[in-house]
Structure formats: structure tokens, C-alpha cells
Design a protein around this ligand. Structure first.
Ligand SMILES: Nc1nc2c(ncn2[C@@H]2O[C@H](COP(=O)(O)OP(=O)(O)O)[C@@H](O)[C@H]2O)c(=O)[nH]1
Ligand SMILES: [Mg+2]
Length: 410
């Protein structure tokens, strides 16, 4: 884990270099995008990125992940610039981390590690802190045991079962106990939360979902008079906020929670199951997409996959393309006859694609600049009314039903 300084203003920020491997079917643009995201993660964790290193790889090196020459090149830079952290975009094996730390003589992290660290720093409530802690121990446990078998194989069995092994066995036992304890504690919190959820009115439940940093919390605040923390950081929000919303006779519950990201560590998804209960139990999802992001289609896919992992079913969804104010596209020269690439597509072009086939459940807005919010509100309300009348036919539609106007009034 990153060591967090008490007062970041007084102490120098940690420095980092980022490492990305370019596998066979990864384009240069994709690699750059992955490292942009990794740099954003590092920044969120409080580290300043000094340089990126990349290498084309068909197979990864079992001992050091990268080839020896590249490792040497990075090491020279690390030593010369006194770099604190070497961050890899891919998950490294425990032995690779160990070998690399030996070479660099500095902390080596992978993407999973970094995300876990950000979650740890941003957890505000006992609930999310417990969940993060559980995820951290679950990340650690297999690594301890793998490191152990790795050492054992390296040193050979007989006569080598020394204190090292005993220590690891002790650590394993402590961590296993800790995991059991955390699970028990979470179980209790979950029960309390489930009771709270049950005691709520029979209202339609709507959950904001989406990639991290797309504007979910901003939209939550717009719709529901809440003051959820919105910031240009990854994972600004971890805890779920639920608000009752009343507007023009429509009543619903709206929740905002943690966003998703590419390669979200499975330990986190598992540990955050109860935070994500609001999503799982929602009647309607508002899937927010940052359309100004060049890889927003990948983000949509990641979110859909994570949602399937959480709830295992497809739910009614309103797809909200946010940040249209920031949307840009490259303009193609008129005499350029090569086929239009995605980066050349205007908002109008996009609307003619698969988005067009989504029917009514799509809307384009800017939450920040308050563009097209009325259309958003109408679509949301009509979806809510449909669900409400299906689910709870005698709750609210009832009064409307008896409110029959005389024909001459119309
Ligand atoms: N340009 C632009 N920025 C936005 C818009 N909506 C939100 N943002 C910014 O995007 C960043 C992330 O917003 P946030 O609501 O925290 O996203 P979340 O991680 O999905 O909850 C913040 O800096 C917001 O101010 C928008 O419509 N246009
Ligand atoms: Mg948020």
C-alpha cells in the first residue's frame, strides 16, 4: 500500500513511473489511453507521474514481467530521479513484484494494488472501511501463500523449513482470522441496512451507475438536493447515498454509489456487494456515460459487464450521455477520402449509430452546463411511472385513476 503522508502540503508528493506492456492486439492509442487512466489513478492516490515506459510484448517475462533490457532502462531512470513508486498497469505475480522490488530497490505496485489503496484512502464510513479492509486482506492472502510455495520451491524442501515458513504460516493464520472477523462484522451491518431498506415506502428505486468520473454524483445533486461529493478524481464517491425525490407528483428513491473501472479488482466487487445492493435491488438504472471521453464505448462495456457480475440480470436502463458540452471530434479534411474514423464522428453522427436503436431510453445532456435537463427529466419520469404502475398498481396511480374529468373540460 502507498504510505499516506499526514499533510500533503508540507511533504513532497511521491513520484512515480508508469509501466505499460503493449500486447499484440493493442493499438498505440489504446496503450496511451490505459496509461492516461493509470496516471489519473496515481494522481488520485497522491503521486506525481514523472515518466512512462512501454514495451511491446508477445509473452511476459516470468521473472520480471518485462525484458531484462527494459528493466535496466527503467532502473537507471529510477535511480537517477529518485522515483518512489514503479506502477504497472497489469497485475503482476507475487514473485514478479518481489524480483522487481529487488532490482529497483523501491516499491512496485500493480493496478489492483493502486485501486485498493485509493479505496482505502477514500472510505469514509465504518461500512466502506470494513469492505475495503476485507478486500485488502483477500488480495493479500493468496499472495502470501504463493510467495511461500515460490520460496519453498526455490530453496528446496529438506532442511529449509526455517523461520520464514513459520512466519508466513502465522501471518496466514492471522489474516484468515481477520477475514472471518471482517465478514462477520459486514454481515451485521448488511442486516441493519437490509432492515432499513425494507422499512422504506414502496417506492420505485432508481440507481445511478456508470464508469468512475462520468458525473453520477453531479447528477445526483441536480436531481435530489443532496450534497454528494463530486470531484474530478477517480472514485470520489465510495459510500452509497440514497435520497427521496418528489417532483410533479412523481416520487422515487435515487441512489448514488461507487463507480466502476476497467479491471476493477474482483476482491473489491465481492467485498462491495452490499454497497452495491442498491444497484442490485433497483427497479431502474440511470447509466451515466461521459461522451466527451474518447473511449466511452469501452466504458459502457465495462459497466455492463460489472453490472452483470453484481446482479446477473439486465435491468431497465436509461442511458444518459453526459458532458456533451465537452464533446469534441476531429474534423476530417474534405479531400481526405479515407473512411471516417470514430474520432471524426460528430454528436449527430453518433446519434445515428447503435444509439439510434436504443429507442427512447437515451438522452444527451450536460449536467454541469444544465443542457437538455428537461428532456432527461421527462424520460426519467415516464419510465418511473411505467414501473410504478406495473409494480404498485394501487399506490399512487390510484388517485389519478379516479380523477376523471368531464368531457367538456378537455
Ligand atoms: N464538462 C463537464 N464536466 C462535468 C459534467 N458533469 C460533471 N462534470 C465533472 O466531472 C467530474 C466528475 O464528476 P462526478 O459527479 O464526481 O462523477 P462521478 O465519479 O461519476 O460521481 C467533476 O469534476 C464534475 O464537475 C458535464 O456535464 N460537463
Ligand atoms: Mg461520484
Amino acid at each position: 500500500m502507498l504510505e499516506r503522508k499526514k499533510d500533503p502540503k508540507q511533504e513532497k508528493a511521491e513520484t512515480a513511473v508508469l509501466i505499460g506492456a503493449q500486447t499484440r492486439n493493442m493499438s498505440d492509442d489504446e496503450l496511451a489511453e490505459y496509461l492516461d487512466e493509470l496516471e489519473f489513478l496515481a494522481e488520485t492516490a497522491g503521486a506525481v507521474t514523472l515518466k512512462r515506459f512501454t514495451q511491446k510484448l508477445t509473452v511476459t517475462h516470468p521473472r520480471t514481467y518485462l525484458g531484462i533490457g527494459k528493466v535496466k532502462e527503467i532502473d537507471d531512470y529510477v535511480k537517477e530521479h529518485k522515483v518512489d513508486l514503479i506502477i504497472f498497469d497489469d497485475e503482476l505475480s507475487p514473485s514478479q513484484i518481489k524480483n522487481l522490488e529487488k532490482v529497483f530497490d523501491q516499491k512496485v505496485m500493480d493496478r489492483t494494488n493502486l485501486i485498493l489503496d485509493i479505496f482505502a484512502a477514500r472510505a469514509r464510513t465504518a461500512h466502506s472501511r470494513t469492505q475495503v479492509e476485507l478486500a485488502q486482506y483477500q488480495y493479500l492472502l493468496p499472495r502470501l501463500s504463493k510467495m511461500w510455495t515460490h520460496l519453498e520451491r526455490q530453496k528446496g524442501g529438506i532442511g529449509m523449513r526455517g523461520p520464514g515458513e513459520t512466519q508466513i504460516e502465522t501471518d496466514r493464520r492471522i489474516i484468515t482470522q481477520k477475514i472471518a472477523l471482517l465478514k462477520e462484522r459486514l454481515g451485521k451491518i448488511d442486516q441493519q441496512m437490509a432492515t432499513q431498506r425494507k422499512s422504506r415506502d414502496r417506492m420505485v428505486r432508481v440507481a445511478l451507475v456508470g464508469y468512475t468520473n462520468v458525473g453520477k454524483s453531479t447528477i445526483m445533486n441536480l436531481i435530489s438536493k443532496s450534497e454528494v461529493f463530486a470531484e474530478n478524481k477517480l472514485f470520489a464517491t465510495l459510500d452509497t447515498t440514497v435520497r427521496k425525490v418528489f417532483h410533479e407528483g412523481i416520487k422515487f428513491l435515487l441512489s448514488d454509489t461507487v463507480g466502476f473501472i476497467r479491471k476493477l479488482p474482483t476482491q473489491l466487487v465481492e467485498s462491495f456487494k452490499s454497497t452495491l445492493d442498491e444497484v442490485r435491488e433497483a427497479d431502474l438504472l440511470i447509466h451515466v456515460v461521459d461522451i466527451s471521453h474518447p473511449y466511452f464505448e469501452d466504458h459502457i462495456k465495462t459497466v455492463q459487464e460489472t453490472l452483470m457480475e453484481i446482479s446477473g440480470e439486465e435491468k431497465e436502463t436509461l442511458l444518459v450521455f453526459n458532458k456533451i458540452d465537452a464533446f469534441q471530434h476531429a474534423v476530417q479534411d474534405e479531400d481526405d477520402l479515407s473512411p471516417k474514423e470514430k474520432r471524426h464522428m460528430s454528436l449527430q453522427d453518433w446519434k445515428q449509430t447503435w444509439m439510434n436503436r436504443m429507442g427512447d431510453n437515451v438522452v444527451f445532456i450536460s449536467a454541469q452546463e444544465r443542457i437538455n435537463l428537461e428532456e432527461f427529466r421527462k424520460k426519467l419520469h415516464s419510465l418511473i411511472i411505467t414501473i410504478r404502475d406495473e409494480r404498485y398498481p394501487f399506490s399512487e396511480g390510484y388517485t389519478d385513476y379516479w380523477n376523471i374529468k368531464a368531457p367538456e373540460d378537455e
